[in-house]
Design a protein around this ligand. Sequence first.
Ligand SMILES: [Fe+2]
Length: 425
Amino acid sequence: MTYGTAGTLRLPTRIHFGFGARAQLSEVLRLSGRRVLAIVDPFLNDAPIFAETIAGLKADGFDVAVYSDILPELPIASLDAAAAFARRYGPDVVLAVGGGSALDAAKLVGLLATHGGPLSRYYGENLVPGPSLPLVAVPTTAGTGSEVTPVAVVSDPERETKVGISSPYLIPTTAIVDPEFTMGAPRSVTAFAGIDALVHAVESFTAVEPEPSWDSTLPVFTGRNVFSDVMAPRAVELLGTSLAVAVDDPGNRRARQEVALGSLLAGISFGATGTHLSHALQYPIGAATKTPHGLGTGMLLPYVLQACLADAGAVERIAVVGGALGSTASTPDARARDAVSSIAALGRAIGVPASLEEIGITRRQLPQLAELASRSARLVAIAPIPAPPALLLDILEQAHAGSLTSCTSCTSRTSRTSRTERSDS
Ligand SMILES: [Fe+2]
């Protein structure tokens, strides 16, 4: 396999990872001032760990205003209301605590409070004019990687799919990833956030590597690079080993730690490279079915990889994914097919549906979904194979029928269980 030759990595100034890392919170907030606007997921209002965190900040002398009117899918009107609250309060720093939506909301509240609206001014890439309020991001789920990425995704009622705003200025100033926050996550949240992290790692690793063009403004997402080559396979290994364990045994601290680290490394990796076809296809499917993002990307990834097996270069990379998931097959071709079946089997084990039909998509919808997915031109462009609408439709047809030709054991959990036991020993 050929490794990358160049790369760009834009990250928070600090990333703290590990059980107990939340104890660094006062230290990092103090760098920006004393008035803290905490944007938090509503369910955290009753969580003891959050109450302790806020009490600790107040004891350390911070003024803290908590804003928790964060709606699922981030309708843009809700962000305008949050930004108005932020302007009235006048914070020195924004603290985001919650899942991906809360973190994305905090990015955009800082943007709106600093640069004004409407939000649609910033849809797309590199349209944010400059830095916003400092942001300290503390994820309570392991999956989106939003704590380290330059993107936020919102729902605009005037658009048929979700809309992304991407800019290096949206990268949080600091990320504090403490797996303790994920210990109480419900089974489905752990599963769908975690499988999305696996998709981030795999799509980051298998993206194309464009020729670097250093003499003009760089895109936000650059395609795969020398950094993703290192981090993404480790993320795949961690998530492949521990995600199903964390779903089945939510109190397993080692599994929670490995899933949180896998998600973080995947976020660092795809925050630079971007993701590709599973994400392009999920956006319209998620809008049509109101199903969770990770349910869709996790379901679609095996079908996307299956289509990519037609390309020899992609096979070599997918084979590395297969190896990271435990395949010991002797040829790249066989390891790549093992990657497809391992990811599908992991999905089945944690409750990801096997087909688009299972989530209520009809065959008649597929051409329209392919057309909408093809509008995510940035994502489609970094796929490892050319992906015209006809190919996207073909992937959707396979996913609708649940047709994975390389997957003969998608209901088997044997290989994953033995891998986990090896890693724990
Ligand atoms: Fe994702």
